[in-house]
Design a protein around this ligand. Structure first.
Ligand SMILES: Nc1ncnc2c1ncn2[C@@H]1O[C@H](COP(=O)(O)OP(=O)(O)OP(=O)(O)O)[C@@H](O)[C@H]1O
Length: 309
């Protein structure tokens, strides 16, 4: 189990991480999400030992991991990190990069490298020099290289940011399947809700260097504690209680509102085609309201909205 106890870190005067405590059980996958600059990468850097926290401790199986001040080479054997700027050897092949830290003596070295190249769908490129690869291909090699040494904990920072949508879904499925089968824990910093919803058991919400929520992903998504949290997943509506005669204001995603015969009225301002449906932007009392519709709605139309029944 990974445990962080009251970690604080500052690059300069202002604290970038403030009193961060969390536990990650073995085999659990947790997403770290939050607005740009909230401290996601810094948190991973401190856990890995690239940065030294000024306060608090990082523990693995109850043993304290010493930070950057205590190591010439950062990192710990049971942990691997794929940062946003991945570190590969450009003039050697994909195969050799993945096997870089694997002992020559390992009997099934070749089999192991090929298995990992298959996980990241790079088998066809194994003889290619890394410098000739695209950004997304390099990113996939970096993931395979991190897995090669059988870490117990994998830290990923925006792991699929360079990978096209077409390949991303299959890669995500294969990678998280591999992590589950091998009981590898994972902390993934991401901006992509698709990384979070389908693949991470838990979600950590960060804001201005603090953890403001850490629960099961389905709870964080379906019962967001704040407008900020909900807005990390989708467009979000803050509906005043008076509009629907409720006891308190409601935080609602667009798909939770629908056209109805009673409710509150909005004037339609724009329709956005989204493939399987339209996202409609309406206005009520100067406040924007987003809802879904299976067809475009003419600008200027007044529609009545209520909670999806
Ligand atoms: N080397 C550095 N020196 C000084 N400040 C830094 C340094 N690296 C990051 N910061 C600042 O620390 C804060 C947190 O940065 P961090 O990269 O952890 O955010 P993030 O949540 O990962 O952002 P993003 O989603 O944009 O990648 C930001 O305000 C950033 O400008």
């Amino acid at each position: 189990m990974l445990e962080l106890l009251d970690i604080s870190f500052a690059f300069a005067k202002a604290e970038t991480l403030k009193n961060i405590s969390l536990k990650l059980e073995q085999g659990t996958h947790a997403a770290v999400i939050g607005e740009s600059g909230c401290g996601k990468s810094t948190l991973l850097d401190v856990i890995y030992g690239l940065l030294q926290s000024q306060k608090g401790s990082v523990k693995w199986e109850d043993e304290e991991l010493l930070g950057a001040d205590h190591h010439l080479v950062p990192g710990h054997p049971m942990m691997k990190y794929v940062p946003q700027e991945f570190d590969l050897m450009p003039f050697t092949t994909v195969f050799e990069n993945v096997g870089e830290h694997l002992s020559i003596q390992i009997d099934d070295r070749t089999k192991r490298i090929e298995e990992l190249l298959d996980v990241v769908d790079m088998s066809d490129f194994k003889e290619r020099k890394v410098k000739t690869l695209s950004g997304g291909q390099k990113q996939r090699v970096a993931i395979a290289k991190a897995l090669a040494q059988e870490p117990k904990l994998l830290l990923l920072d925006e792991p699929f940011s360079h990978i096209d949508n077409f390949r991303k879904n299959a890669l995500r499925r294969r990678l998280f399947d591999y992590l589950t089968k091998n009981n590898i824990s994972c902390l993934v910093a991401t901006h992509d809700r698709d990384d979070v919803l389908s693949f991470c058991h838990n979600t950590i919400i960060m804001r201005k260097g603090e953890i403001v929520d850490y629960r099961a992903t389905n709870k964080v998504y379906s019962k967001p504690k704040s407008l900020y949290t909900a807005s990390l997943f989708d467009e979000v509506n803050d509906i005043p209680k008076e509009w629907l005669g409720k006891e308190h204001d409601l935080i609602l995603y667009p798909h939770q509102l629908e056209r109805a015969t009673s409710g509150f009225d909005v004037e339609v301002k724009q329709s956005f085609y989204q493939g399987k449906d339209f996202l409609i932007l309406g206005l009520k009392d100067g406040k924007e309201v987003f809802f879904k519709s299976n067809k475009a709605v003419e600008v200027g139309t007044t529609v009545t909205l209520n909670l999806v029944s």
